[in-house]
Design a protein around this ligand. Structure first.
Ligand SMILES: NC(=O)c1ccc[n+]([C@@H]2O[C@H](COP(=O)([O-])OP(=O)(O)OC[C@H]3O[C@@H](n4cnc5c(N)ncnc54)[C@H](OP(=O)(O)O)[C@@H]3O)[C@@H](O)[C@H]2O)c1
Length: 248
């Protein structure tokens, strides 16, 4: 896709799952890719793979729940690439735990990563996009649990519903600055986040990280036909999964 070639893309949570697949997909489109997450060994392995595709890639160890680390990330990116065209807010954690067993530490950590992390990254990238007058794009991976609810996921649902509201507000706010805001609501994707979950046993019913990456690429490329095509495909898969297994 010519539109995406040479764009600078920052992806949080790039060390596994959807983030990793998305980073590879952007690299294959000829983008310069910045990988952020906590596990540096995984980022470095992915960086090596992406560099072999002959595109620029930078792995920066970042905990998105720490504002200073996020500021450091974007300051590195500005120094190296001068701008950011696309941010994919993808880093996230989730636990399947009842309210009475949710510790304050768990609650805080889920909100810090899933919600505050999105705020820190979005604020930094918007400041940079405005400074450089970039008609950028912020794509955030929320969840179907940012639209509906499920028992045993109260902290996760709270964080993802908040992310959905945050992004819907930003979509209006940033329109005048020509910064686009998109939100993705996946369901049941076969990644590490579901490893300890009951749905893990139904792997064969799940979407793949690559399916979500394909949708993110379609959004970033602003190719309406492609967006509709991938959306229909994934919505069909999503409803099949929900109808079959929700609620359990
Ligand atoms: N899989 C699903 O069924 C599903 C459904 C709906 C929504 N989602 C959302 O999709 C996104 C990606 O998850 P996934 O399914 O691909 O699971 P995953 O493989 O567990 O990926 C989660 C990513 O987030 C990163 N991360 C976690 N905490 C972080 C922190 N404090 N700072 C920076 N990075 C952090 C992890 O890297 P490190 O551990 O290396 O930091 C990892 O790269 C999440 O936002 C999740 O909520 C997933």
């Amino acid at each position: 896709m010519a539109f995406l070639k040479n764009k600078v893309v920052v992806i949080t949570g790039a060390s596994s799952g959807i983030g990793e697949a998305t980073a590879l997909a952007f690299a294959r489109e000829g983008c310069s890719v910045v990988l952020a997450a906590r596990r540096l060994d995984k980022l470095k392995a992915l960086e090596k793979k992406i560099l072999s595709l002959d595109v620029a890639c930078l792995a920066i160890q970042t905990d998105v729940s720490q504002q200073k680390e996020v500021q450091r990330l974007f300051s590195f990116v500005e120094k190296r690439f001068g701008r950011v065209d696309i941010l994919v807010n993808n880093a996230g954690v989730g636990r399947n735990v009842s309210l009475e067993n949710t510790s304050l530490k768990d609650w805080q950590s889920i909100l810090d990563i899933n919600l505050s992390g999105v705020f820190y990254c979005s604020q930094e990238v918007v400041r940079l996009m405005m400074k450089k007058h970039t008609a950028g794009h912020i794509i955030t991976v929320s969840s179907v649990l940012g639209l509906i609810a499920m028992p045993g996921r109260s902290a996760y649902c709270a964080s993802k519903h908040a992310v959905t509201g945050f992004k819907r507000s930003l979509r209006w706010e940033l329109r005048k600055d020509h910064i686009s805001v998109s939100i993705v609501h996946p369901a049941g994707v076969d990644t590490e986040i579901l490893q300890n979950s009951a749905v893990e046993r139904k792997k064969w019913k799940m979407l793949r990280s690559e399916d979500i990456a394909e949708y993110i690429i379609a959004l970033a490329s602003r190719d309406i036909l492609r967006i509709v095509y991938v959306r229909i495909l994934n919505v069909w898969r999503r409803f099949y999964y929900l109808v079959k297994y929700y609620p359990q």
